[in-house]
Ligand binder design. Structure first.
Ligand SMILES: [Zn+2]
Ligand SMILES: [Zn+2]
Length: 127
């Protein structure tokens, strides 16, 4: 359960499906924390991706977006830039934080790959 997000915001863009185990609760907690840190609207651009859609968008085969439960989300905030959003995500305890500045737009990938403990994995793409 999430305070700010509904599971319908995480369905696969191509087929509308969610994995059998839904969305990881740690991810929902993290998103709630980030939403409150941002203090403004936070959009989930991409949550779950079925294997076919994941392949279509060039995701790695073991993408966190294709997990069961899903442990990743790509997010965007109207009033906050990607760098600041990534910083807030890290402060909130995200394990994976990706900053994307590509043709598809700018957004931040967050995930809870190790259950919100351990080292943060960071990367930047598209610059
Ligand atoms: Zn799909
Ligand atoms: Zn992502």
């Amino acid at each position: 359960m999430s305070k700010w997000f509904d599971e319908s915001e995480f369905v696969c863009k191509c087929c509308g499906q969610l994995p059998p185990n839904g969305i990881d609760q740690n991810l929902l907690n993290l998103l709630d924390d980030i939403r409150e840190a941002v203090g403004t609207s936070l959009t989930v651009n991409c949550g779950y991706r079925c294997a076919q859609h994941n392949a279509e968008v060039g995701g790695v085969p073991d993408s966190q977006h294709n997990g069961n439960p899903c442990t990743a989300a790509d997010i965007d905030a109207t009033d906050v830039g990607v760098e600041e959003l990534a910083q807030l995500a890290e402060t909130a305890g995200a394990d994976g934080v990706g900053r994307y500045f590509g043709e598809a737009g700018t957004f931040c990938h967050i995930d809870v790959r190790s259950g919100r403990i351990g080292d943060t994995v960071r990367w930047t793409e598209g610059i």
